[in-house]
Design a protein around this ligand. Structure first.
Ligand code: FMN
Length: 340
């Protein structure tokens, strides 16, 4: 890589990092934190969240203002229209962690999404808790853990279908615990999802099936072959040590899936509408926002979450207006320059 060449139109290829870059990251990353929030990440070089932030902050935009107009954020996902491409992410367990047991942050997040006409995602909850949350919300995508017991997965797929989910999927990236064995969550063993399993789960439902946690072209092609209708390019807030930033592999994955009709969603440290813009410019159909709304969801509930998402919508719109992007079908990666 040439040191003189400061900026280049983004190609999507991830670059090699040297030690001085890793030093800088400590000052540019907002993680670990905010204090007391989950998950608190280490901020060290093996923390993939640090690399996310660093990558995002080095994507700069050129302006294309002549003929630019106020953009329309309307986004079509699985054939339905939503107010914007921001989707409250597949969070979980939030109803258990507050001292105030009268509060239900999972429901508060679902209500915020419904009131803003955004597509809400829900992660690991029991079927009973899931049904209580969706009873208050609007359209929902249900993400199921890669449980070792396939019957449990089948049962949750069916339950989500019966309870009006728009789509259902598995966070295939939640495999390993820090001991290098299959992880165990809430005492429930998880396992590996193999091609045959994925095919079986995708074929078992009328709903679009999603593989969440794709971070390679290889897995994207397997998801396609298995019959998935969408993927989430993600490393699940840095589950994998030294994980590449999802945005760095997104263009390659997008290219590999041309003609598949699959929708491509992305997450990973998208903390503002500006970050969301970059993911959309690089080819995402919509983005998941997790820790970008987590403090609001936990501290102040529905209103604060709505305000934060509205602010992010405004930032997205602002950036689209400056770069001449009029709607969700008009994003152009050549607007982005990678600062080296
Ligand atoms: C508190 C919390 C709980 C989560 N639970 C789940 C889950 O049950 N299933 C899942 O697929 N992802 C889960 N995630 C991961 C998010 O869906 C998302 O992939 C990740 O946080 C990266 O997005 P972000 O950087 O915007 O937070 C969880 C994230 C957080 C912060």
């Amino acid at each position: 890589m040439s040191k003189e060449n400061k900026s280049d139109v983004v190609t999507g290829a991830s670059e090699t990092l040297d030690a001085s870059m890793l030093e800088n990251k400590k000052t540019t990353s907002p993680w670990p934190g905010p204090q007391g929030m989950i998950p608190v990440t280490s901020g060290n070089a093996d923390d993939a969240n640090v690399h996310n932030r660093h990558y995002l902050d080095r994507l700069l935009v050129e302006m294309r203002v002549i003929d630019a107009v106020e953009p329309d954020l309307t986004t079509t996902i699985f054939g339905k229209k939503y107010a914007s491409p921001l989707m409250p992410a597949a969070l979980s367990h939030l109803n258990k962690i507050l001292d105030d047991k009268n509060r239900k942050p999972m429901q508060e997040k679902a209500i915020a999404a419904r009131e803003l006409n955004l597509l809400n995602w829900i992660g690991m909850e029991t079927n009973e808790e899931y049904s209580e949350i969706v009873a208050e919300g609007g359209d929902t995508i249900r993400i199921i853990k890669p449980f070792a017991d396939p019957q449990k997965i089948m049962g949750e797929i069916k339950f989500a279908e019966d309870h009006g989910a728009v789509a259902v999927g598995i966070d295939i990236d939640h495999i390993a615990g820090e001991n290098g064995k299959y992880d165990v969550v809430d005492g429930i063993p998880l396992g590996s999802i193999r091609m045959d399993d994925l095919k079986k789960y995708a074929a078992s439902t009328e709903l679009p099936f999603i593989a969440k946690g794709v971070l390679s072209v290889a897995d994207a092609l397997k998801a396609r072959q298995a019959g998935c209708k969408a993927i989430v390019v993600s490393h699940h807030h840095g589950r994998v040590p030294f994980g590449i930033p999802p945005l760095s592999i997104l263009p390659e994955i997008k290219k590999a899936l041309i003609g598949s009709g699959m929708q491509i969603f992305v997450d990973g440290s998208l903390m503002s509408g500006y970050d969301a813009y970059k993911a959309l410019a690089l080819g995402a159909d919509a983005v998941l926002i997790g820790r970008g709304i987590l403090p609001e969801v936990l501290k102040n509930g529905t209103e604060a979450t709505k305000n934060k998402l509205q602010k992010m919508n405004e930032q997205l719109s602002e950036m689209m207006l400056y770069t001449g992007i009029k709607d969700m079908n008009s994003f152009d990666p050549t607007v982005l320059h990678f600062e080296k």
